[in-house]
Design a protein around this ligand. Structure first.
Ligand code: C2E
Ligand code: CA
Ligand code: CA
Length: 360
């Protein structure tokens, strides 16, 4: 290191020369631009622009000139280290990506296996007409009995099944089983509705819907007893195509309901575009009853809209008497939730239906 004190330079310093050195020059603001002469500055460090300059409050200036060779030596020294750090992080990224790909692949193959082994089972949650105090129908909610032993809830596989398209096969298995189970207890002798969840992608696929309708027609259950709930969580990619399919379904007697109304993509545009007559009010809004949550206004607006449009409304996630009463007072008499019953296995659902019949 050479230090140059302006205006006098000690000869001994001036004649110092080193390879790979840093030249720090301490000077004053008055002498800032003064040309510095170095007797033995073979590397011409003093002529290089300083790498950094620090001006202190008292007018003293510190400039550092660095030999480019030194910079390259430093970067050479750092290269192996940078390489190791880079390789380390690269490896971590690789392991994470690999983990997720494997997880997805294994989830994919496990779902496929589950479909062939018919591990996807319908559970039934009653929908109650609180006004008439009778069962209006039920919603079919899938449960995965993995290996016949472990119960997996929809939130753990439905998002993947929906995005990968495997939901189509799951719905087929579910529908087949539902029609078989409910016709075995003469569901067709009642006028109760069976509501099945569908995603927008399914309603844009006419061929798939034709197959679904065929399956229903072949059973003893009338298409008039079937409703499809389309979730708002996913968007339609082709509204016109979906409108044609929905018209086809309506012509077959199948009602299409807007599920999770108010939570996702264009509720009201879907209602308009598809001329829907039914909507399901999400639990998110029902939860606000009896609270000061501002979403209570949203609930009231959805109800006001539904009434004005003459729509059938079903409130889901009803857990308390207070919620049920509020909804009934506001004209929403079709209700579903733990206050009445959780989703039930077929055998338990049959018991619920029997008990419900005996009440009347
Ligand atoms: P969703 O269609 O909004 O169904 C209602 C969900 O709320 C169900 O959850 C039901 O068990 C739950 N629930 C009903 N009443 C209450 C209540 O009072 N309190 C509470 N805490 N929860 C209540 P589940 O069965 O876990 O299903 C979650 C979601 O998975 C469903 O939401 C639906 O979007 C999707 N899903 C379920 N089955 C199917 C299916 O077969 N196909 C498709 N595409 N999606 C399905
Ligand atoms: Ca639903
Ligand atoms: Ca919902």
């Amino acid at each position: 290191m050479s230090i140059y004190f302006e205006p006098r330079i000690a000869d001994v310093m001036r004649n110092q020369y080193c390879d790979n050195c840093i030249l720090s020059v301490i000077t004053t603001l008055d002498n800032f631009d003064k040309k510095i002469y170095f007797h033995n500055d073979i590397n011409n460090l003093s002529k290089l622009p300083p790498l950094n300059i620090k001006v202190f409050n008292n007018g003293v200036v510190l400039k550092n000139h660095v030999d480019p060779k030194l910079l390259s030596v430093i970067s050479m020294d750092l290269k192996p280290l940078l390489f190791i750090v880079g390789a380390f992080f690269g490896m971590i990224v690789f392991l994470i990506v690999n983990y997720y790909i494997k997880r997805k692949l294994s989830l994919h193959s496990l779902i496929l296996k589950g479909i062939t082994r018919k591990e996807f089972i319908p559970y039934y949650q009653p929908i109650i007409d609180v006004y008439k105090n009778e069962m209006y129908g039920c919603e079919v909610l899938v449960r995965w009995w993995f290996n016949g032993k472990e119960l997996i809830l929809p939130d753990d596989f439905i998002p993947y099944a929906e995005n990968s398209g495997l939901i189509i096969n799951i719905t087929d298995v579910l529908l087949e089983k539902t029609l078989m189970q409910l016709s075995s207890v003469n569901w067709q002798d009642s006028s109760a509705i069976i509501s099945i969840n569908m995603i927008p992608g399914q309603l844009e696929d006419k061929q798939h819907m034709r197959e679904v309708v065929d399956l229903i027609i072949k059973s003893s259950i009338s298409p008039k007893q079937i409703a499809f709930e389309i979730t708002e969580r996913m968007s339609f990619s082709d509204l016109d195509k979906a409108a044609t399919v929905i018209d086809y379904l309506k012509a077959q007697g199948i009602n299409v309901k807007l599920d999770d109304a108010g939570t996702g993509y264009g509720s009201f545009s879907y209602i308009q575009h598809f001329n829907l007559q039914s909507l399901k009010i999400d639990k998110m809004f029902v939860d606000t009853i009896g609270t000061h949550d501002h979403k209570l206004f949203v609930l009231d607006s959805i109800i006001a809209f539904g009434k004005k449009a003459g729509m059938e409304m079903i409130a889901e996630g009803v857990e308390t008497k207070q919620q049920s009463d509020y909804l009934l007072q506001n004209g929403v008499y079709l209700q579903q939730g733990f206050y009445f019953s959780e989703p039930l296995k077929f055998e338990q659902f049959c018991i619920f239906v029997e008990q419900n019949k005996r009440k009347h």
